[in-house]
Design a protein. Structure first.
Lengths: 572, 572
């Protein structure tokens, strides 16, 4: 069995892993992303038997071996494309070292020298905020207000950035280094420069990941489902479900796990996993989508900041657990108690923390929970298996119809509060600003945090630039809208919108319901006789339509990148 | 007082009434619309003291006289523009007669003759369906399936269309006559042709309408609010609130009025107006928008069917009455009783009927009502006054966030049913199809009835083609989204999307609420130094964006015409 599974993975990988690097080209992220320097080593590791030998994965593997059946029809052309693109990846990797060098490693002669103690005196606004990084000293007082990570940067005030950037290695990119150099005011005395040591690896002991996942960042791990896999099943298999981690994955013991509930009109109560399992067990199918899904398309003409997701930062699963309202009720929650209250929020904290102890956090307005149609689930199963470590073991909150960033994993606390979560992911990160706003001009308070997401659609069966045989071509993909809105229609155009054909869609939308939490999968047979640009768009039950292109929805973070998906197919 | 009011109207009218005729140009409707032949006479009538003398309007008049204060600054240029455009209207009117002639008045020599009795034999599918109209005999068997009014056409099977078209005068248009002639199979014997008599006027005794309303159809009455009035007040005054009637306005006596409640899991119960007023009195502010609002823009490049609304088929009011769920509860409604039922519908019938007794009707999925956040109101007041006759006196249902067509006026019955309303307005009319679908190819079952509506925005302060002085210009307008979604942002571009400026919006959106039933009003100061195309777009709290143009959302009925609003301003 092990050998079979292993070979199915091997057949699977070549087709799905590398093509995105060639089709997407150079990634357009300048802030949060980092091309993983150790990808090829790691991939080899995952492909080894050590991974497949793990018993906890054997069921998933079976599921995937079925998936692999479809993908197994590997052509020689496909294999050659893979060989070519893996070597591209290797070349790219070879250009980078774990610690990139830059001006911060150089002494700039026109600038003064400072000692570590002098830097240490500048730890707050009144004395200016200084930090050091390698040989550079920087006055970041003005930068604090626009730092996407919020006031977290103040942890390094008066000291060195190095230990923090070890934890948030997304900073270790030349683009970030360039921004930093804008604030350079001096050089650190040579005796105070300590050669970067191998810091504690906060990411040690993280779970192994399926080799089919396309790595978008390594620390924290972020992996994308190859879009071609998404249309294989209505429920995306756990092992290839996209992973979006913001911090190191916490190691949680199910036996000692506790969920704390507290806040306005509630009795502070603690629940074990067993306690949670005593509540009525309910299941919902729900699509979870990263706010950055399809970001690379938006970034094609104008740089955006963030991980270079194509269309696979989305997945649909069966989530099983207790209704959040049921658990809240046992802590005294009575919806009517909030009727005349001012707007309140339900905050969710994760067990994933940075070295200051600050955790990942998010919130939704309480009004969502008071909505009788909303299904918030304290999920402990994903597709009928215990929730995998990468997806929040042992318990995550699943908030259907809402951007993935709010469905906090490794959930430690739920509280009802007068204020939103103050985490940077709520206050700064997952917000969409006007096309004319940049990181330099942004007023973070000017946009609300993303909650429900607009209608989107994607062609999964083909990549931009694919060559196809003249004649009938079967296109496949997904379409999804947030807020419980179902998909009314998916339309395909082969002539840039002059005519549209309606695709067949799965019967997974109930347009008479306001609880359409799942995507639809669609397919369309088209007749390709010449090179063609294929457009797909979807219409949701609020009759919202996607914008035709990205020009006017562009935002510097590349979020909610939901214009028509357009690919070019070459006919042969 | 009368004189003052009268003069305020007179000052008001020139600015607001006629400009639309010139700026919109020839209307693009071929089916439902009819330019009113008697407009100028009627306007004279409304401007007479007889109208203003009516005591029931005196409070509204006061409200409007305040409005008039702003508008009252009538310039000579404005007056001349008005003179010019009113004479345009008169010319257009003069070209039409109440009964247009056409081929149906002619004997076509190459076709056979039939008697009235022969026509009468063809009254169902098995014998083919024939109708006569003036001198023509038509086989409409194939047309029945695509008739926008549904099977209603069968009322005329085997007989003459004339009496029916008297009630639905929207048919009396050359475009409709042309469609009819496609089905011509013969001539009616001359002795059976009866000269059209003055039929019963089903529209006699309808309420008088404010002269500021721009008439889009006369029988049934459809009047648009001049967009320039919409931004004057957050709550649109009753008298100038757009009117969308589908049938003659019923005369209802408040004393004998009864509302019937029945259906699945309910005890059949009848309520008088006084009974309804005994329930807790609640008020909501809610925008009601016609599905055809802004239709003329969509029809600019490719003909659409429907009344030629510009951006004024929308209004926002304070609606006061009883919660529908409260009244239903007293008839035995228990939300939990429906939890495991298949999808049900709440049907609404109006007292407005055609001569067959069939009433206006609509329905919404029951899931909306089970949603704790949804505010369905049995409204008996509109802006703190009894609901005006044109808006559903004594009781209408107000379904906020949902297309206006479902907020049934003159409500006679609410029932919970396994099926949707079977009215043509639910089954055929207010549905949006793919751009490639025409009335000839439509499958009415392929699209769901419109419920919540997509985000839209509109510039009310200026018309396309307006001349403005170089320098600062203040733009004003509204933005609205359905489904309780609030408006996050309104953006203005003067350079076709290259750059965007964020407009100031009224603080009427609460983005932490899922109950944003009202529009926002916005304003933006721009600096016009040369001729400019102004674009406006809005973003809602689901971060839905409007499409940039109408090409790919075009639908043959011209519904949900929500692309960016674009106007051209000439700088002088």
């Amino acid at each position: 069995m092990k050998t079979i599974l292993c070979s199915s993975y091997r057949v699977c990988s070549p087709l799905v892993l590398p093509s995105w690097y060639t089709s997407v080209g150079v990634e357009t992220n300048f802030y949060y992303d980092r091309r993983n320097a150790r990808e090829s080593q790691r991939r080899k590791f995952h492909q080894s038997r050590e991974y497949h030998g793990q018993s906890r994965n054997s069921k998933n593997n079976l599921e995937l071996s079925r998936l692999g059946g479809t993908i197994g029809a590997l052509t020689i052309a496909g294999y050659l494309a893979w060989k070519k693109s893996t070597s591209n990846v290797a070349q790219l990797d070879a250009k980078k070292t774990p610690h990139e060098t830059g001006k911060h490693d150089q002494v700039l002669k026109h600038l003064p020298h400072f000692s570590r103690n002098q830097v240490a005196e500048h730890y707050d606004d009144s004395r200016r905020i200084w930090v050091s990084f390698r040989r550079g000293v920087y006055d970041v007082t003005e930068f604090v207000a626009v730092h996407p990570g919020g006031s977290r940067i103040l942890m390094a005030a008066g000291g060195s950035l190095e230990p923090f950037w070890e934890l948030y290695p997304v900073h270790q990119k030349s683009d970030v280094f360039q921004i930093l150099e804008k604030y350079r005011i001096g050089n650190l005395n040579e005796e105070d420069v300590v050669e970067a040591q191998e810091a504690v690896d906060h990411f040690k002991g993280e779970p192994m990941r399926h080799p089919a996942l396309i790595r978008r960042a390594d620390k924290p791990f972020n992996g994308e489902t190859p879009p071609s896999l998404l249309t294989e099943k209505f429920h995306t298999p756990n092992d290839v479900f996209y992973v979006r981690n913001h911090l190191p994955v916490p190691q949680v013991d199910a036996k000692t796990y506790r969920l704390e509930i507290d806040g306005i009109n509630l009795t502070e109560t603690t629940f074990s996993l067993q306690d949670i399992k005593k509540f009525p067990k309910v299941s919902i199918s729900a699509t979870i989508q990263c706010g950055g899904n399809r970001r690379t398309e938006m970034g094609k003409d104008k740089v955006v900041a963030g991980l270079g997701w194509t269309g696979g930062a989305i997945g649909n699963a069966k989530w099983t657990g207790a209704r959040l309202v049921d658990v809240l009720r046992s802590a005294g929650f009575k919806p009517e108690a909030y009727k005349h209250a001012k707007q309140l929020h339900v905050k969710f904290d994760g067990l994933d923390t940075d070295q200051s102890g600050e955790c990942y956090g998010a919130s939704v307005p309480l009004s969502y929970l008071l909505d009788g149609n909303f299904d918030a689930i304290l999920a402990y199963e994903m597709n009928d298996k215990p929730i995998p470590i990468d997806h929040g073991f042992p318990v995550r909150i699943v908030l259907p119809g809402i951007v993935g960033a709010r469905s906090v994993k490794w959930l430690s606390r739920v509280s009802i509060s007068e204020e939103e979560s103050q985490s940077p992911w709520q206050q700064r990160d997952y917000k969409v600003f006007s096309p004319s706003v940049s990181l330099e001009t942004v007023d973070f308070s000017a946009a609300p945090p993303i909650m429900d997401t607009p209608v989107t659609s994607y062609i999964c069966s083909h990549n931009n630039g694919d060559k196809v045989k003249k004649g009938p071509v079967k296109l496949q993909g997904y379409a999804f809208s947030g807020g419980g809105r179902g998909i009314v229609r998916v339309e395909i155009s082969l002539d840039k919108g002059k005519t549209w054909n309606v695709a067949r869609i799965s019967d997974t939308a109930n347009l008479e319901s306001t609880k359409n939490w799942s995507w639809v999968l669609w397919e369309a047979n088209v007749n390709i006789q010449a090179n063609a640009e294929i457009w797909v768009k979807a219409v949701d039950s609020g009759y919202n339509q996607q914008p035709e292109d990205f020009n006017n929805i562009w935002n510097y973070r590349g979020l909610l990148s939901t214009a028509y998906h357009k690919i070019y197919l070459e006919a042969r």
